[in-house]
Design a protein around this ligand. Structure first.
Ligand code: HEM
Length: 219
């Protein structure tokens, strides 16, 4: 892929990621945030946080299955946009909905478990966003960084639970996100099992020269 096409793709990804915010701003300026603007903004930013989380998680499987290696260039950017929309969602709640009333928020968390799930999902994204720089990857070391970033699956799971508990009766939409997440998780587990098996097989069939009794059990 040429430098020019990477740049063009980057611009398109930025535009795509900023489009939900642009839509909100446009609706605000034209007085089309519905009769309940706070609810509209909360639902919109919440939905986009979840969508960006799922898209971020889809990048590695898509890259491996379809063979689009360049997709990886956009994983961090899209992941950071998930965090950005999560911040907008959380800010709407604490500022526009609760006016920074801490006791009201604590009551809300205790009364409505879906808020607790959303809060945990958001909290888990913070260390991931904080360690998304090249410097943080270097400091943590590749494998520790990767291990830490598996948390994103837990965050996405909590986000789906948050959505599911919020809608109560009509669970059609959360079901779609839950199914997508299940497929992505199953893919990662299957890929991990295959990798593990291919690492073990050569050891079992290796010539006996350095293979003492029980050699293949040492890992
Ligand atoms: C990763 C973090 C989060 C994700 C992905 C997320 C996602 C969502 C989604 C998808 C909805 C429902 C949208 C709809 O019904 O169309 C929602 C609603 C909501 N979320 Fe979150 N959320 C997150 C974190 C939080 C946090 C931290 C809070 C507040 C502490 C919060 C408070 C709410 C509230 C109050 C609603 C309901 C709004 C209403 O019905 O008026 N969420 N969220």
């Amino acid at each position: 892929m040429t430098k020019k096409s990477v740049l063009l793709l980057k611009c398109l990804v930025w535009v795509g990621c900023l489009a939900p915010l642009g839509r909100l701003i446009f609706r605000a300026l034209t007085g089309r945030l519905t009769a309940n603007p706070i609810e509209f903004i909360t639902l919109s930013t919440g939905t986009w946080t979840l969508i960006f989380l799922i898209v971020t998680l889809s990048i590695t499987p898509l890259r491996q299955v379809i063979g689009l290696a360049w997709l990886i260039k956009f994983r961090r950017l899209i992941g950071l946009f998930a965090f950005f929309y999560g911040c907008l969602h959380f800010t709407t709640y604490i500022w526009l909905d609760k006016f920074f009333d801490l006791s009201d928020m604590v009551k809300d968390v205790a009364k409505r478990p879906f808020i607790t799930a959303g809060f945990l999902a958001f909290l888990l994204l913070i260390p991931l966003a904080a360690t998304s720089t090249a410097g943080a990857i270097r400091r943590l070391g590749g494998s520790r960084w990767q291990l830490l970033h598996r948390i994103v699956y837990l965050s996405a799971l909590l986000a789906v639970i948050h959505f599911w508990w919020k809608v109560k009766a009509d669970t059609r939409q959360p079901r779609i996100y839950a199914s997508l997440l299940a497929v992505l998780l199953l893919y990662r587990v299957a890929a991990w099992l295959l990798r593990r098996r291919s690492r073990l097989v050569p050891e079992r069939t290796a010539p006996a020269a350095d293979a003492g009794p029980g050699r293949h059990l040492e890992t």
